[in-house]
Design a protein around this ligand. Structure first.
Ligand SMILES: NC(=O)C1=CN([C@@H]2O[C@H](COP(=O)(O)OP(=O)(O)OC[C@H]3O[C@@H](n4cnc5c(N)ncnc54)[C@H](OP(=O)(O)O)[C@@H]3O)[C@@H](O)[C@H]2O)C=CC1
Ligand SMILES: O=C(O)[C@@H]1CCC=N1
Length: 269
């Protein structure tokens, strides 16, 4: 089994680690988790993950190095691991938004193979939508990484220039849909349900909507047509939402997130 080092074990790094272990892709003993404040990884050390603040050592011992720090934390980390990088041994996977494969390679001063991956936090439960891209990885490494991420959700290979768009639609998208569910549950409370039951009802309804599309392979509007009875209450509610900018606000938010995702990193930071 390949040794994996997750450099920057925060929200997405830990979600990825948990997902891979839960899917039996690997075991905790094969994963090294790094962060500066390792006390926060105590629970993971107890589960026999390797835990360290030493990025260079973690990278040197790994076959696959997963970069999962914030864009503004990246340059420091690349400086630290640069001497340990061996292009013949290592594959680097970066989940960092807005940083190209070429920029990472330039900083590492190496022709190591780099694959960018954009998962979302549902990776912890095997339900991620992960987009992957590379400008220099071998077909074999692309296949291996596709297979790895397929154990924890769905994978789409895209061109690297669409990575920031994937960030907005899929990685940020989790938050957008969660906010939608929260709003629905708040509406449910206004019309008579207790908060806990309103939330449960909103969550299951959202899941049903997503599963209808996944299982039927249909367009949302064709499923909506089945709900909107003529002169009925659904079309009344739906049109009121549209008059208030429902679709428009989602589209505008996604566009702004994509723009921001492309501007998170500077070479000099
Ligand atoms: N959150 C998400 O849903 C997604 C995030 N991403 C991308 O993943 C990256 C991480 O995001 P997210 O997990 O949300 O951020 P977090 O802040 O939760 O995680 C970053 C982690 O990096 C650690 N870290 C910072 N500096 C260093 C260092 N020098 N060496 C080792 N570890 C370090 C931090 O811990 P400490 O301070 O203790 O060092 C922290 O745990 C970002 O680039 C983001 O764009 C991509 C897809 C989805
Ligand atoms: O908010 C962010 O910048 C990161 C990238 C995608 C999800 N979280």
């Amino acid at each position: 089994m390949k040794k994996i080092a997750i450099i920057g074990s925060g929200n997405i790094g830990l979600s990825l680690a948990k997902g891979l272990v839960k899917a039996n892709y690997t075991t905790t003993k094969n994963i090294t988790l790094t962060r500066r404040n390792t006390a926060n990884l105590y629970k993971f050390a107890q589960e026999r993950y390797k835990v360290t603040a030493n990025n260079a050592e973690a990278a040197a011992e790994a076959d696959v190095i997963i970069l999962a720090v914030l864009p503004q934390q990246l340059n420091l980390v690349l400086d630290e691991i640069q001497p340990a990088i061996n292009p013949a041994k290592h594959l680097v996977i970066s989940v960092i938004s807005g940083v190209s494969c070429a920029a990472v390679r330039e900083k590492l001063d190496s022709d190591v193979q780099i694959i960018r991956a954009m998962p979302n936090t549902a990776i912890a439960i095997g339900q991620s939508m992960t987009c992957i891209a590379s400008d220099n990885a071998s077909p074999q490494n692309m296949e291996d990484v596709t297979r790895m991420f397929e154990t924890v959700g769905s994978v789409v290979k895209i061109n690297e220039d669409l990575m920031t768009s994937a960030t907005a639609l899929c990685a940020c998208g989790i938050a957008f849909f969660l906010r939608g569910i929260r709003a629905a549950s708040q509406g449910g409370v206004e019309i008579g349900f207790h908060a806990d039951e309103a939330l449960k009802m909103a969550v299951q309804t959202a899941k049903g909507a997503a599963d209808l599309l996944l299982l039927h392979g249909t367009h949302p509007e064709s499923e909506i047509d089945k709900v909107t009875s003529p002169k009925g209450c659904t079309i009344a509610g739906l049109n009121e939402m549209e008059h208030n900018g429902f679709s428009s606000s989602l589209i505008k938010g996604i566009k702004l997130s994509a723009l921001k995702a492309g501007n998170l990193y500077t070479k000099e930071s």
